[in-house]
Design a protein. Structure first.
Length: 314
């Protein structure tokens, strides 16, 4: 069902593709795009496969840690919906690649709650978040997210912070040595850091519908912000802390606006993982017939965005 759902939402990428080019890609995205044309058919298929795998991971994460009232496919469904909400989201963006490692880091991070021996998991949190930043550089700020959520789940210990930071440094060190060995260390520095960091560096849009799309995305964000009490009501402390961790993901994801150069609409995908999980809890808490109706309305708006060129006069 998840594969059918992501396929349905991504048909528009093949029949009514948006005018999109990747920006803000790190060294690993740049390397990948030398083999895979980012706007080609193979890349669009890869985006579908990637989202399908991530949705399965989201469902496993929510089920394993009892974040929702019951075990359903809804977290994965709504992650796919949020990560496909706008036409610019349908391509193989560096953010889709980075979100894969963000999800892996969440698996490692949520394992450390009240676990006496978790040095490997803490190291892995930093490692995978750093790998994500090698695809999309402003994910470097998510290392601070890892440290913050570690503080929520465990008592503060400088030794554990150093473990996480050591994990974060490791991918940069290994890749830096590779580029140095090939006499391309300056290429690594320029691609990963110099050209990819700026303050509120937006790509301008002259289409008023883009601002409507952003407002539609922000609506989901507002719903989640004001639903915290609903999410943690009658939940055990462990679940409350992990849900709080997802809110920290929204906070630090929002802060990346102040770091990433060449910001375009697909930058909102930095919020897709926690937002998709949390918004699914709202739909689990309302009557089934209302949930189905609201979902169909949202789906209709999403499809309108994708096919607006066919519906609206030029």
């Amino acid at each position: 069902m998840l594969l059918f759902y992501v396929g349905l939402l991504h048909i528009g990428a093949f029949v009514a593709p948006a005018d999109w080019q990747p920006t803000g890609h790190g060294v690993l995205s740049t390397w990948l795009y030398t083999f895979l044309e980012p706007t080609g058919v193979a890349a669009r298929v890869a985006a579908i496969v990637l989202l399908f795998g991530q949705a399965i991971g989201v469902n496993v994460l929510v089920a394993d840690h009892r974040l929702a009232e019951s075990v359903t496919l809804l977290p994965g469904v709504f992650y796919i919906l949020i990560a496909s909400l706008l036409p610019e989201f349908l391509h193989l963006s560096p953010l889709h690649l980075a979100n894969t490692f963000y999800l892996v880091a969440l698996f490692e991070l949520f394992k450390v709650y009240k676990k006496p021996d978790c040095a490997a998991a803490i190291f892995n949190v930093g490692f995978w978040l750093a790998v994500g930043s090698l695809f999309y550089p402003s994910y470097l700020l998510m290392i601070a997210f890892g440290l913050g959520v570690l503080n929520i789940l465990r008592a503060y210990k400088i030794r554990e912070w150093l473990m996480l930071l050591t994990g974060a440094v490791t991918p940069f060190l290994l890749l830096g040595v590779y580029f140095f060995w090939n006499d391309q260390l300056d290429v690594f520095w320029q691609t990963q850091f110099v050209t990819n960091f700026a303050v509120l560096d937006f790509v301008p849009y002259d289409d008023y519908l883009v601002y409507f799309q952003m407002a539609f995305f922000d609506l989901f964000l507002l719903i989640v912000i004001f639903s915290y009490g609903l999410y943690v009501f009658k939940k055990v402390m462990q679940v409350q802390k992990k849900i709080s961790g997802l809110y920290w993901g929204l906070f630090f994801g929002g802060l990346t606006l102040f770091l990433q150069a060449n910001l375009q609409l697909d930058h909102l995908l930095v919020l897709a993982l926690p937002l998709g999980i949390l918004i699914s809890f709202n739909f689990q808490s309302i009557a089934e017939r209302w949930a189905e109706t609201l979902h169909l309305l949202i789906l209709a708006v999403v499809l309108f965005f994708q096919y607006q060129g066919w519906v609206l006069p030029v």
